[in-house]
Write a protein that binds this ligand. Structure first.
Ligand code: ADP
Ligand code: MG
Length: 240
C-alpha cells in the first residue's frame, strides 16, 4: 500500500531520516518504536507528505506521490492521521468535528456525513457526546473523537503518532481498544507508540528506529524476545 525508497529528510544541516526503505502492505499493522528524536514522527509525516522528503520516493498504491503534479490533498484524504494532542476544533461540537471533513473536502451531503459520524460515535460508545464541545471531554474521549474524525473520511490507511502519550494512564486503555478493533477489522495502520504491550499484541511487524534509520525489524516475537541488534536490546531493556 505504501512504500518508501531511499527516503531521506533533512532539517537544515541535520539529516533526520537517512535512507529508509520500507513497505507496508494492505491490512498490515506496523508499529514503530525507538528513542525520542530517532525520527519516528518525521518518518510518519513523510508518508502523508506533512513533511516533504529531501530525497527518495514515497509510493502510495504504486504511485510516486512526492513529485510535481500529484494532488497531495487528495492523497491525504486516503491516509487518516491521529496525533498526540488530538487537534480537535474547539469551536465545533463533536458531531461537527467529525462531519466537517467529509462535507468540506469530500463533498459528502450533510445527511450522509451525519450518518457516518453517528455510526462511528455509536461504535465508540460516544453517541451521547455528539453535541458536546471538545473542552468538556476527557483526554481519552477527545482522542477517540479524533480517531472517529479521521475514520469519517473513510481512509485506506491510518497513521498514529503516539496517540496515547498525552493521556492520563487510566484513559490509555480505551483508546488502545479502539485501535485494536480497527486492526482486527483489517485497517492498514502505522503506529508510533511506547505501548509495548499493544505493539506485541496488535503489531504484525515492529520497526525499531534509531538515529534516522530502521535498525531492526521483525515480528513482535523476534523483536521483543530475540532482538539481534545491541541498540534494540539497549532500548528494550529501558522500556520493558
Ligand atoms: P521522534 O518522533 O522519534 O521523537 P522526530 O521525528 O520528531 O523524532 O525528530 C527527529 C529529529 O528531527 C529531532 O532531532 C528533532 O529535533 C528534529 N526535527 C523534527 N522536526 C523538525 C523541524 N520541523 N525542524 C527542525 N528539526 C526538526
Ligand atoms: Mg515523535
Amino acid at each position: 500500500m505504501i512504500k518508501t525508497t531511499k527516503l531521506t529528510k533533512s532539517f537544515g544541516e541535520k539529516e533526520v531520516l537517512k535512507g529508509i526503505d520500507e513497505e507496508i502492505k494492505d491490512g498490515e499493522v506496523v508499529v514503530v518504536i525507538g528513542p525520542s528524536g530517532s525520527g519516528k514522527s518525521t518518518f510518519l509525516r513523510c508518508l502523508n507528505l506533512l513533511e516533504i522528503p529531501t530525497s527518495g520516493e514515497v509510493l502510495f498504491n504504486n504511485q510516486i506521490i512526492n513529485k510535481k503534479g500529484v494532488n497531495i490533498d487528495e492523497i491525504r484524504t486516503k491516509m487518516g492521521m491521529v496525533f498526540q494532542n488530538f487537534n480537535l476544533f474547539p469551536h465545533l461540537t463533536v458531531l461537527e468535528n467529525i462531519t466537517i471533513g467529509p462535507i468540506q473536502i469530500k463533498k459528502t451531503s450533510q445527511e450522509e456525513a451525519k450518518k457516518i459520524a453517528t455510526d462511528l460515535l455509536q461504535s465508540m460508545g460516544l453517541l451521547d457526546k455528539a453535541d458536546a464541545y471538545p473542552n468538556s471531554l476527557s483526554g481519552g474521549q477527545k482522542q477517540r473523537i479524533a480517531i472517529a474524525r479521521a475514520l469519517a473520511m473513510q481512509p485506506e490507511m491510518m497513521l498514529f503518532d503516539e496517540p496515547t502519550s498525552a493521556l492520563d494512564p487510566e484513559m490509555v486503555g480505551e483508546v488502545l481498544q479502539v485501535m485494536r478493533n480497527l486492526a482486527v477489522n483489517g485497517m492498514t495502520m502505522v503506529v508510533v507508540t511506547h505501548e509495548m504491550g499493544f505493539a506485541r499484541e496488535v503489531g504484525d511487524r515492529i520497526l525499531f528506529m534509531d538515529e534516522g534509520v530502521i535498525v531492526e525489524k521483525g515480528t513482535p516475537k523476534q523483536i521483543f524476545d530475540q532482538p539481534q541488534n545491541e541498540r534494540t536490546k539497549n532500548f528494550l531493556s529501558k522500556v520493558l
